[in-house]
Design a protein around this ligand. Structure first.
Ligand SMILES: [Zn+2]
Length: 464
């Protein structure tokens, strides 16, 4: 059998995703691979942006080398989010990798190919610059069955009591499969009961593939949930690989806001400083995602900002694509959502303020984001950590500001966790509390106190 070192270097030399780049695997990626190589189940808890996807994307080649197969094997990646799966499949296809998604009912697969814009009837007569487009296309079930795809992305539902779940049980298919990967696994406990019953039954799928790699991935999970997951997912004494959740480049700032009875004063108090900062700082305005509590608040903030900026609302001609601030919510047109997401991947985006609901969420690749503002706390510290983790992805100095009032952290708010209440009212170091909550003894941060969190900073100011 090939050595561990051979198995690690094989994908880097043979998988088109990595061959062009000078990829060096990080310590925790290697630790995860090591556990799998040793046939241990593994739960890897790594912060957003660490490179979790890379681990499973190289598994088909890793196992090809380990088991001396003549082609890459198949990794099945379970994820609860369409957007996340589709984005990955699109980008894998661009790199020439055989990747596809299963449809939610597990009856067929689909993937993405470069389309020809000329043949798209909807765009006829449109004289805009021609751009390559990506079209979705079906994958014949037989190709799926014959293991012709190296990465198969699936909803939990698609694997439970479906046409595809019968394929999973066949001996011939199992010979192709090297790994069952469950991504964003914290959702099993978070959404499990009410939202995604199938997620809880994933343990059955894990059991079917007794001799393949079992890998669970997440950015945020507490030690208690690790135990629950191990049981639910039928893992055998898994190796836990974890990187400290602390993000030393993010300043943590918790502030009071005006009580709910003064609704519009409360809104004004939140948006006024942002709108005027946006106006004065222009291109130096930190790229900001501002999570708002409701569509009403979003509408109000959007109008307020438009009014405050007047003629300065656009970078270039007055067309929607040039607006320097944007709103993002579930029912917003997909085409506009895409414009925003594309802008946020740029180093110097035109859109520097996005008013958003949590629909702007997981899997969003927005390296330029410098600041996250929560107008109201999320209900759990897990969600909070996920959401602030969208700032500072390139290591740049960033800020996470969270506002709260008594209503926001009232016991009767649905889903409100005791830990979030404690965090909001905490008088000591916020970073320390957050890091402890996720089971670590100490922070990674080692800079001056005033760069740590709002509580540490105010102590410094007090003593000065
Ligand atoms: Zn602190």
């Amino acid at each position: 059998m090939a050595s561990f070192e051979e198995c690690v270097s094989f994908p880097l030399r043979n998988c088109p995703l990595f061959t062009e780049k000078n990829v060096i695997l990080k310590a925790k990626q290697l630790e995860t691979l090591r556990a799998l190589y040793d046939n241990q189940d593994c739960i890897s808890i790594l912060p957003t942006g660490y490179g979790k996807s890379m681990i499973f994307q190289l598994l088909p080649w890793f196992s090809q080398c380990k088991y001396a197969k003549d082609k890459p094997m198949t990794a099945i990646v379970v994820s609860p989010l369409n957007s996340l799966m589709e984005d990955q499949v699109r980008s894998l296809r661009k790199n020439g990798i055989r990747a596809c998604c299963l449809n939610i009912t597990g009856t067929h697969g689909f993937t993405f190919n470069e389309g020809n814009i000329d043949t798209d009837p909807e765009l006829e007569g449109d004289d805009e610059e021609l751009q390559p487009t990506v079209v979705q296309c079906d994958v014949p079930f037989d190709e799926l069955k014959n293991g012709e795809f190296t990465l198969v992305y699936s909803h939990p539902q698609a694997l439970i009591n479906t046409k595809f779940s019968r394929v999973l049980r066949s001996q011939s298919y199992q010979e192709h499969v090297c790994a069952i990967v469950i991504d964003e696994v914290h959702m099993v406990s978070e959404w499990g009961d009410e939202f995604r019953p199938a997620f809880k039954r994933l343990g059955e799928v894990v059991c079917v593939f007794d001799s393949t790699f079992h890998l669970l991935l997440t950015a945020t999970v507490t030690p208690k949930s690790v135990q629950d997951l191990t049981k639910q997912m039928c893992l055998h004494s898994p190796i836990i690989v974890s990187e400290n959740v602390d993000r030393p480049n993010i300043f943590l700032d918790v502030r009071n806001r005006i009580p709910n009875i003064h609704k519009f004063e409360k809104y004004d108090d939140l948006i006024e400083p942002i709108a005027s900062e946006r106006k004065t700082k222009k291109h130096l305005f930190p790229v900001t995602i501002m999570y708002v509590e409701s569509l009403e608040a979003m509408g109000y903030f959007f109008q307020y900002t438009s009014y405050a900026l007047q003629g300065d609302s656009y970078d270039g001609d007055d067309i929607p694509e040039n607006r320097i601030f944007a709103q993002y919510h579930k029912d917003y047109p997909d085409s506009m959502k895409q414009v925003i997401l594309t802008e946020l991947t740029k180093e110097n985006p035109k859109i520097r303020l996005v008013l958003a609901t949590v629909a702007l969420g997981m899997g969003v690749n927005a390296p330029s984001v410098d600041r996250i503002i929560h107008c109201r706390p999320p209900t759990t510290l897990e969600k909070y950590l996920q959401e602030i983790g969208r700032a500072g992805r390139l290591g740049q100095k960033s800020t996470a500001v969270m506002y709260f009032n008594k209503n926001d952290i009232a016991k009767n708010r649905k889903g409100m966790s005791e830990d979030m209440v404690l965090y909001c009212n905490h008088k000591g170091c916020l970073r320390e509390m957050l890091v402890n909550h996720f089971g670590f003894d100490r922070c990674v941060f080692s800079g001056p106190k005033e760069d740590c969190c709002s509580n540490c900073k105010s102590l410094v100011l007090l003593h000065d």
